[in-house]
Design a protein around this ligand. Structure first.
Ligand code: ZN
Ligand code: ZN
Length: 313
């Protein structure tokens, strides 16, 4: 078990180091910058596309099939649809709040007037790109071209940075994303099991994309079923990605680090797990799991961090 955990940590560190290397290369290469800007729009389009398609397909096709046609407790149809709506509303609200919190997390940009006299705080450092002194844990994002409070990483699926004011929504967005993908997969598995083939059977190979494509071209499989097989993979991939983000962020939250600090092996801002959770989610942190709670703000303002004491200021 311990070996598995350390293997996972090494893998995570490898992924984050690569992200860091990409981030550094942006400053030197304009083409990389343009490509990543394009990736921003692609990521946002993907989120919009997959969220709408999964919601509409589940609500109007697979959930009614599961509860009415497949005769799995027909009276529970409204429960299935309510669950889908709950996930959908949570995902949309958290997404909007990620964007809003992304703007709030901006500390300064290169267009701001230089302020050299704020170095009264000895732990502040100068951002050469913005030409300003910035609080600890604030880092410059080469894609946003701004300094972000407690910057964790740049998220291509939202087109903004994840930092002090939106990390909580990012985590909850991914948690609900992973859970909704799991539920959508269960309904879709039942639908395809009846209209195509059972996933866990001797004919599981029919779920491979090349087979489904050839079967559709030769007319053995309806186009609608072929699309459902593609959707199956898209949901699976999205669900795994969301689950990965939850584990990654959960790990950082427990250790009280940002991705950058994790890669560098820095652990300056130590405290207990409860303090770490409140620093990310604010008071009553557990309520955020049910619904986004922007009214319960964090106790810190993201500019002042205690490095050695056991409490965030
Ligand atoms: Zn900067
Ligand atoms: Zn950014």
């Amino acid at each position: 078990m311990q070996a598995m955990v350390s293997k996972y940590m090494r893998m995570l560190q490898g992924v984050l180091t690569t992200t860091q290397a990409i981030d550094n290369s942006i400053q030197r290469n304009k083409e990389v910058y343009n490509f990543l800007c394009l990736l921003n729009y692609g990521g946002m389009f993907y989120v919009l596309f997959i969220t709408s398609v999964v919601m509409l397909t589940s609500y109007f096709v697979t959930i009614p099939f599961y509860y009415t046609i497949a005769s799995e407790a027909p009276e529970s149809l409204w429960q299935g649809r309510l669950l889908a709506l709950y996930f959908y509303i949570n995902i949309v609200l958290n997404y909007i709040l990620i964007l809003y919190g992304g703007v709030q997390s901006i500390y300064c940009s290169r267009n701001d007037l230089p302020m050299f006299d704020v170095s009264t705080h000895e732990d502040w450092t100068k951002c050469d790109r913005c030409d300003r002194f910035v609080p600890p844990r604030t880092r410059h994002c080469s894609i946003c071209d701004r300094c972000i409070l407690k910057r964790d990483h740049h998220c291509f699926f939202t087109g903004c940075c994840v930092g002090f004011y939106n990390q909580r929504y990012f985590i909850m967005y991914n948690l609900h994303g992973a859970l909704s993908c799991f539920a959508a997969l269960c309904y879709l598995k039942s639908y395809l099991g009846s209209h195509y083939v059972e996933l866990f059977s001797e004919e599981f190979f029919k779920y491979t994309l090349p087979y489904a494509l050839v079967a559709w071209i030769l007319g053995y499989v309806a186009f609608q079923i072929f699309l459902m097989v593609i959707l199956f993979y898209l949901i699976l991939m999205t669900g795994i990605m969301c689950a990965y983000f939850v584990i990654w962020q959960g790990n950082l939250m427990i250790s009280g680090q940002t991705s950058y600090e994790f890669v560098k092996g820095n652990k300056y801002y130590q405290s207990n797990i409860s303090e770490h959770l409140r620093s990310v989610f604010g008071r009553y942190w557990a309520l955020n799991i049910l619904f986004p709670m922007p009214q319960f703000k964090q106790e810190n303002d993201g500019t002042t961090w205690s490095s050695s004491s056991t409490k965030f200021l």
